[in-house]
Design a protein around this ligand. Structure first.
Ligand SMILES: [Zn+2]
Length: 676
């Protein structure tokens, strides 16, 4: 029997462990436990808290999404105002900034400077009392912002409790500031999902972060993963003395905050210039958007002496980067790009223009509402904006620069791929669709084959080959992939034996994919990765699902009526059934394997390298994880096994040097099939 105090101790212990693993996973990107182990800890904590509600505290990890919907945000007055920054755009202007500071102080001190990336996000303030997060607020007008504590708590990199630093007192009060942002990859995924649902897209990661963090319902914020970098020490009472910005940044890290990478301490303005340039070069490869670098005088005592001019500090400035936009001419609108759903994606054909070092020839136009809102005419000068590596957008028509020679354009009345009539659907944003069914429209089917192959892990195919093989008559639908022969492939120009072998191996391996992957690959409208997993684990076989009725499918948690009806409709379609039978005839697996196997490889870390023949990479990883193993991406002394396929390279060499056990694919199979 456990006593009350034992329960409380266990709860405390679990909270510490969970927050620690959160920190390893989200802040350091270096997890120490598997997802399953993490889930187990979380579940135990949740159960204990449910049994002992009196022990729930606001800083428990279970409370990251505990709060309800608010109707309006409470106002927060910033004890220390959240100010803005002056801008400089060149080395000369940076020098002038420094001269002004020197003039103000009446001396030419030898300063040190920190150079930090200027994240394009949303500034927020986090307030901790005795190490516990008590308040999170937006910047607002700098004097007064909104209390968005429940929303900020959903961000996994916001510590709910500060880490204890050995030998140091935790501050009684600590206010830090940072930038909330949405990672580019998250942003792109979000926009893809919105586009699929026909909803309005976000123009850039900054807008989507701002929109997400200000949701009135914290669970809505949680669904759009945000992140944060901390960079300002606003207030501190108690704790160690912090004298410089450099010390502050390191202190933040010790307390468990996430700090932007590659921040450098510089001794001269020339060094500052070099660092700023480095950020400019790295800009488009980062997973977060930056619009400049922030240069700060390092020493807090000097900062205090320098003070502010208006609302800008004299001791810091933002070195802004040139904008990622340019004006160029719209030569045409291309309507050839068509998706497997029949939607036709308009593409702006542009006079080539250099934006941020990359030549831009085309831009996406998303949907018809957007084209109409822009009021585009062929021949218009348009403002094009690039957000990192994503395809650029047309933002604006330069109407005042029209000459009268611009021509209106028309939507194509027929599909450019199959000739069937097009129709406009008001599915949020308005899209043009080919009215033909996917099997009779080459454009749709080519995209479907590409999608099927990518989902099934047949990476060697790709869009180019999928289109080409279709055009050459080798494929009529995605099931024909399994009928491709080496001869057919090598008869094509530029397809060598090696490419053909590689492709055929991948195709053969994909037959063994679990049902949940096949369900995604079939491209059933409304069925994404999550839904497919639930369907697969519930129905276990494609045949079971194919005969299921709407009511039965709808009963599964997380699957709505619309999806259920879409699934039934999909399997009622004769053409779909015919392709499924073709898949069955060539031996494509239609069952969901039992996932809860024995954890015979628990605690072991595997790294995979080289070409595998029996499994695709995904399959091998899935199977290893199902056995409780961890799959790493790089070989280190913590690696237990290196699975070396054909043509293993540097990883193999490194594993040999470190004396790590190297296993072949056959040996991997033995390990996976071992019973205990
Ligand atoms: Zn068509």
């Amino acid at each position: 029997m456990t006593t009350g105090t034992e329960v409380q101790h266990r709860i405390e212990e679990l909270r510490h462990q969970i927050e620690y693993h959160n920190y390893r996973y989200y802040v350091l990107s270096d997890p120490q436990v598997t997802d399953a182990e993490y889930d187990e800890l979380f579940l135990e904590l949740r159960r204990l808290e449910e049994a002992h509600p009196e022990l729930v505290t606001p800083d428990s990890p279970t409370q990251r999404v505990g709060a309800g919907v608010v109707t309006d945000f409470a106002k927060v007055v910033h004890e220390v105002p959240m100010l803005s920054l002056s801008n400089v755009f060149s080395a000369t202007e940076l020098e002038e900034w420094l001269n002004r500071a020197n003039k103000f102080l009446g001396s030419h001190a030898d300063y040190e400077y920190t150079v930090e990336p200027k994240i394009d996000g949303l500034s927020v303030s986090l307030l901790y009392e005795n190490g516990t997060l008590v308040r999170g607020a937006t910047r607002g007008d700098g004097i007064q912002g909104d209390d968005i504590t429940p929303n900020l708590k959903t961000i996994k990199t916001v510590p709910l409790r500060l880490h204890k630093v050995e030998g140091e007192e935790t501050p009684r009060l600590l206010e830090v500031r940072g930038e909330v942002y949405m990672a580019r990859t998250t942003f792109e995924k979000l926009n893809q999902e919105l586009a699929q649902k026909g909803e309005k897209l976000f123009a850039n990661p900054r807008n989507s972060a701002a929109g997400s963090v200000r949701q009135k319902d914290p669970t809505a914020t949680q669904k759009r993963p945000l992140n944060i970098f901390i960079y300002t020490l606003a207030q501190k009472q108690g704790g160690p003395e912090i004298k410089t910005q450099w010390e502050a940044l390191h202190y933040f890290e010790k307390l468990g905050f996430r700090v932007a990478p590659d921040i450098v301490l510089c001794k001269t303005l020339e060094e500052v210039e070099v660092q700023v340039k480095k950020w400019l070069e790295k800009r488009s490869g980062l997973d977060f958007e930056i619009d400049g670098a922030v240069v700060k005088i390092n020493d807090f005592a000097t900062e205090e002496k320098l003070g502010y001019v208006g609302r800008d500090p004299r001791w810091a400035t933002a070195y802004k980067f040139p904008p990622l936009e340019a004006v160029t001419r719209l030569n045409d609108i291309d309507w050839h790009s068509i998706r497997r759903t029949g939607s036709i994606n308009p593409l702006a054909v542009l006079e080539p223009v250099d934006i941020g070092g990359i030549t831009i020839k085309s831009a996406t136009l998303f949907n018809l509402d957007m084209i109409e809102k822009l009021g585009l005419k062929i021949g218009d000068l348009v403002l094009v904006k690039r957000a990192g590596d994503v395809i650029p957008n047309v933002v604006k028509v330069m109407e005042e620069r029209r000459t009268g020679a611009e021509k209106p354009f028309q939507y194509p009345q027929t599909c450019l791929s199959c000739g069937a009539p097009t129709t406009r659907k008001e599915d949020g944003g308005g899209r043009l669709y080919c009215t033909n069914n996917s099997y009779n429209c080459p454009g749709q089917m080519k995209d479907w084959i590409t999608f099927f192959a990518a989902t099934m892990g047949i990476e060697g195919l790709g869009e180019r080959n999928a289109h080409r093989f279709y055009d050459e008559g080798l494929l009529k639908d995605y099931a024909d992939l399994y009928k491709l022969t080496k001869n057919e492939l090598t008869n094509l120009e530029r397809v060598g034996k090696r490419l053909a072998d590689n492709l055929l191996n991948q195709i053969a391996a994909s037959k063994q994919n679990p049902l949940r992957l096949l369900l995604v690959a079939l491209g059933i409208p409304q069925v994404g990765v999550k839904a497919a997993e639930m369907l697969a684990s519930q129905f276990r076989s494609l045949d079971n699902l194919m005969v299921a009725e709407v009511e039965t499918i709808e009963d599964i948690k997380g699957i709505g009526k619309v999806a259920a009806e879409s699934i039934v409709r999909f399997f009622q379609n004769e053409a779909n059934r015919a392709v499924i039978e073709k898949l069955r005839a060539v031996g494509v697996n239609m069952l969901e394997p039992e996932r809860e196997g024995k954890k015979t490889l628990a605690g072991k870390t595997f790294v995979l390298t080289g070409n595998l023949v029996k499994y695709t990479r995904n399959q091998a990883e899935e199977l290893l994880k199902a056995r409780g193993a961890t799959v790493g991406s790089a070989v280190s002394k913590n690696t237990d096994f290196l699975v070396a396929g054909d043509k293993a390279g540097s990883k193999l060499t490194k594993a040999q040097q470190l004396g790590i056990t190297i296993v072949s694919e056959d040996e991997l199979q033995t390990l996976l099939e071992a019973e205990a």
